[in-house]
Design a protein around this ligand. Structure first.
Ligand code: ATP
Ligand code: MG
Length: 393
C-alpha cells in the first residue's frame, strides 16, 4: 500500500471569502510549478477547502516532499492513502494494511483520530476511534494506546472518500507567491540579501532582482555567483528576473568627484535610485534590501536614513533587527549560505574608503552630489537602459 497522495494543509488566517479563492488558486499554481521539477506525473486538486496532490505515475516520496517544502503557503504536507468508502469492515482491513506498511513491526504508542466531514456516516467519530483502536491493538500486540501524547496519531478523515495519514511534515508556511504584488530585491553576493528576498517572497510577493556589477573591478565569477544565488532563492520564490546593471562608470565618477569617506553612502544612494527606476518600469511596488541596523558603517541609522532619502517607494528591510548569526542561520536553512560565502569581490568593497563616514550629514552629502550634476543623469539613464536581464530558475 503506497501513499500515493498528499494532503496539503495551509494556514487559513486571512483567507476568508473572496480572498480564499485567490489564495487557493495561487497555491495550486505554485504547487504545480514546483512539481514540474519532480520526476513523475501529478495532479493537484482542490476539493471542498482542501488541496490534494495525487501521483499518477511512479514517484519518489522524498522528492515530492522536498519540492512541496519550498512552496510558500504550505503549512504541512501529509503523505496519505485515500480509499473508497466500502463499509466499515473494509475500512478496518485498510487501516491494518496502512499500519503495517507505514509503521511496520515496531512498538510505539498510538491514537486514532477520526473526523467525519460526511455526517451520514453510520458511526460517530468516538465509535470509529474506539473500534479502529481495538482492531489495531489486536493485530499488533506490541502497540499501546496513549490518548495524550501518542507517538503515532492515525488520522482517519471520512469524506466522500476516506483519507488515512499519520505523518505531518511541516511546510515553509507563509503566503503563496503571487498573492501580494511585486517588489525589486537589491541582490548582492552576500549573506543578507538572499535571505531578505526569501523572507519577502514568503509573504506572497513576486520578486525580481537587481545586481550592480563593476567590471573589470568585479569579475564574471562574482556575477555568476549572484546568478547562482538568484536561482537558489527562485526554488522558493519562483523564477526571478535578475537585472544586471553596469555600475563601473558611475562608481569611477563618484570616486573622482566626491570625498572618499562619503563614497559608500553616495554609491548606495545611486544604487537605490537606479533600482527604483527599474522597479517602476517593472511594475514593482517596493524595494527589498538585506540591511540590518549597525552591521557596517553604511547601515547605521544615520546612513540608512541618508540612503532611504532618495527613494519614494517603500523599502522593505526584513532583516533590519536581526543579528548576523540569526541571518546566517536562515541562510543555512534555506541553502544559500555556502554560495554566499564564496570569496568574490563586491563592488561596494572595491572603492571603499579606509574611514567611511558613520554618521553622514545629509547636507554634506547633498553638497558632494552637487559635484556630479554634469554627467550623472545621463550615466544613470545609460545604466538603466543597458541593464542585462537574466531569467533565474
Ligand atoms: P549582503 O550580505 O546582502 O551583501 P552586506 O552585509 O554585505 O549585505 P552591504 O554591502 O552594506 O551589506 O549592502 C547592504 C544591502 O545593499 C545588501 O543587502 C543589498 O540589498 C544591497 N547591495 C549591496 N551591494 C549590492 C550590489 N552590488 N548589487 C545589488 N545590491 C547590493
Ligand atoms: Mg554586500
Amino acid at each position: 500500500m503506497k501513499r500515493q497522495s498528499f494532503l496539503i494543509k495551509y494556514a487559513e488566517i486571512g483567507v476568508k471569502g473572496k480572498n480564499r479563492y485567490v489564495f487557493e488558486d495561487a497555491l495550486v499554481k505554485q504547487i504545480r510549478l514546483a512539481l514540474k521539477a519532480v520526476e513523475g506525473s501529478f495532479e493537484v486538486l482542490r476539493e471542498s477547502g482542501r488541496i490534494y496532490v495525487n501521483a499518477l505515475s511512479e514517484f519518489e516520496e522524498e522528492d515530492v516532499v522536498a519540492a512541496l517544502k519550498c512552496v510558500f503557503g504550505v503549512a504541512a504536507i501529509c503523505p496519505m492513502v485515500q480509499i473508497e468508502d466500502l463499509g466499515f469492515e473494509e475500512l478496518k482491513s485498510q487501516v491494518l494494511a496502512y499500519m503495517e506498511k507505514v509503521h511496520g513491526e515496531g512498538s510505539f504508542t498510538f491514537k486514532v483520530d477520526a473526523r467525519r466531514a460526511n455526517k451520514q456516516y453510520p458511526k460517530t467519530s468516538e465509535e470509529i476511534n474506539r473500534e479502529l483502536g481495538d482492531v489495531i491493538l489486536q493485530a499488533f500486540p506490541k502497540l499501546s494506546v496513549d490518548v495524550h501524547h501518542p507517538q503515532v496519531m492515525l488520522h482517519v478523515e471520512i469524506r466522500s472518500r476516506i483519507n488515512l495519514y499519520s505523518e505531518i511534515i511541516p511546510g515553509p508556511g507563509g503566503m503563496p507567491v503571487g498573492t501580494n504584488g511585486r517588489a525589486m530585491l537589491l541582490l548582492s553576493g552576500g549573506i543578507d540579501s538572499p535571505v531578505a528576498g526569501y523572507m519577502i517572497a514568503k509573504r506572497g510577493v513576486v520578486i525580481e532582482a537587481v545586481y550592480f556589477h563593476a567590471p573589470p573591478y568585479t569579475s564574471d565569477r562574482a556575477k555568476e555567483k549572484v546568478v547562482d544565488l538568484a536561482k537558489l532563492v527562485a526554488r522558493y520564490a519562483g523564477p526571478i528576473k535578475l537585472h544586471i546593471v553596469n555600475f563601473t562608470d558611475i562608481q569611477l565618477y563618484i570616486y573622482d568627484q566626491c570625498p572618499h569617506e562619503e563614497l559608500t553612502i553616495i554609491m548606495r544612494r545611486y544604487m537605490m535610485r537606479i533600482a527604483e527606476r527599474i522597479a517602476r518600469d517593472r511594475k514593482c511596488l517596493g524595494l527589498i534590501t538585506g540591511e540590518s541596523i549597525g552591521q557596517v558603517a553604511s547601515q547605521t541609522v544615520q546612513s540608512l536614513a541618508a540612503t532611504n532619502e532618495v527613494c519614494a517607494m517603500p523599502v522593505f528591510r526584513p532583516v533590519i533587527g536581526f543579528d548576523k548569526q540569526e541571518i546566517v542561520d536562515i541562510s543555512q536553512r534555506i541553502g544559500t549560505y555556502e554560495t554566499s560565502i564564496q570569496p568574490f569581490e563586491d563592488c561596494c568593497t572595491i572603492f571603499v574608503a579606509k574611514h567611511p563616514v558613520i554618521k553622514p550629514n545629509i547636507h554634506m552629502i547633498h553638497k558632494s552630489e552637487g559635484k556630479l550634476t554634469e554627467k550623472i543623469d545621463q550615466m544613470v539613464k545609460t545604466a538603466v537602459e543597458t541593464a542585462e536581464t537574466v531569467l533565474c530558475q
